[in-house]
Design a binder for this molecule. Structure first.
Ligand SMILES: C[S@@+](CC[C@H](N)C(=O)[O-])C[C@H]1O[C@@H](n2cnc3c(N)ncnc32)[C@H](O)[C@@H]1O
Length: 304
């Protein structure tokens, strides 16, 4: 995790990452399946890019910024990292299957409810279909959660849940983290909001520590993508918001070529998560493959 491992850069994520980083892609798919999680349509590119630039994490203290219940935090804990999982959405009722396996704790008592209370809440989780089907699906999932809680082997690392806005990480000390990672989260902030978030993330990073964030890219102008409730940012805007030097490399010059490859990527197109077919507000309405933007990675290093 140093300037050598990842120079400051802005990189639209090519679908070639799927083959170049195949071992990460396959491990992530295995872990997600075992946790009954699905990937956003471009997340395998985001995750492969972050992991390939992050280096060894065993024993390191990392933040997953805008983590939700996403796969990355669990993957990093399996590799031995101590992860602070931050999101403004509450994960207090985190299902049992994550808890013991990844040594999950709340940063404050309110960040994680007791296991028994979360388990009972699981019976009220939304499900689809007629009431009999919903009832059976909930019962089945709850039984699987209990089995996972009792039997799944433990990770080497741990995850601390912190339900908080990234613009105000008051419980985290200055210069206390080795790295910050963020998967497709920061674009859900306005440009002004994102500037405040980046300032706060740089405050908590140790000098020499790396911020690896993926966002969504706009070609010629910043624009709001309604279906995913996110901003698509130009090279210039990202450079300003992340305070990157003018000579930091970027591949925005290849925007059209990379976008054409993405639109034609059968591996992503043919494996859309099931939620896209039921929810038009997840970014791919109706489950119809029609990418409107590209994922982009930003690597920023805190100066020593
Ligand atoms: C599209 S989800 C991605 C979640 C996760 N990174 C994953 O890989 O599944 C974006 C998440 O970022 C969180 N987020 C965005 N801006 C945030 C902010 N300023 N503070 C805390 N959480 C934020 C949202 O609440 C949401 O859970």
């Amino acid at each position: 995790m140093s300037e050598e491992a990842c120079g400051e850069t802005i990189e639209i994520l090519s679908v070639d990452l799927l083959d170049e980083q195949r071992p990460y892609v396959e491990s992530l798919k295995r872990l997600a399946a075992s946790l009954r999680l699905e990937f956003g349509w471009h997340y395998l590119l985001d995750l492969a890019w972050i992991l390939s630039r992050l280096g060894a994490v065993d024993g390191k203290k990392l933040m997953d910024a805008g983590a939700g219940t996403g796969v990355l935090q669990w993957y990093l804990a399996e590799q031995g990292a101590r992860v602070i999982s931050v999101d403004r959405m509450s994960r207090a009722a985190l299902p049992l299957r994550f808890r013991r396996r990844f040594h999950v704790q709340g940063l404050r008592p309110s960040d994680l409810s007791p296991a028994w209370s979360a388990y009972l809440q699981g019976f009220r989780r939304p499900a689809r279909g007629a009431w009999m089907r919903r009832w059976a699906a909930r019962g089945y999932n709850q039984a699987l959660d209990l089995v996972d809680w009792l039997l799944k082997p433990s990770a080497k690392g741990s995850v601390v849940i912190y339900n908080q806005d990234l613009a105000n990480l008051e419980q985290i000390a200055d210069a206390s983290l080795d790295a910050v990672v963020s998967v497709s989260a920061l674009e859900h902030n306005t440009p002004q909001g994102l500037q405040a978030v980046v300032r706060e993330l740089m405050r908590v990073l140790k000098p020499g520590g790396v911020l690896l964030a993926t966002l969504t890219a706009g070609r010629d102008q910043d624009w709001w993508h309604e279906a995913s409730s996110g901003w698509c940012y130009t090279d210039n805007t990202l450079r300003q918001l992340f305070d990157l030097p003018p000579n930091a490399p970027s591949n925005y010059g290849r925007y059209d070529e990379l976008f054409e490859k993405l639109r034609n990527c059968a591996e992503l197109r043919d494996n859309l998560a099931s939620f896209y077919f039921h929810d038009d507000h997840k970014g791919m309405p109706g489950g119809v493959w029609n990418p409107q933007y590209q994922p982009v990675g930003v690597c920023k290093i805190k100066s020593v």
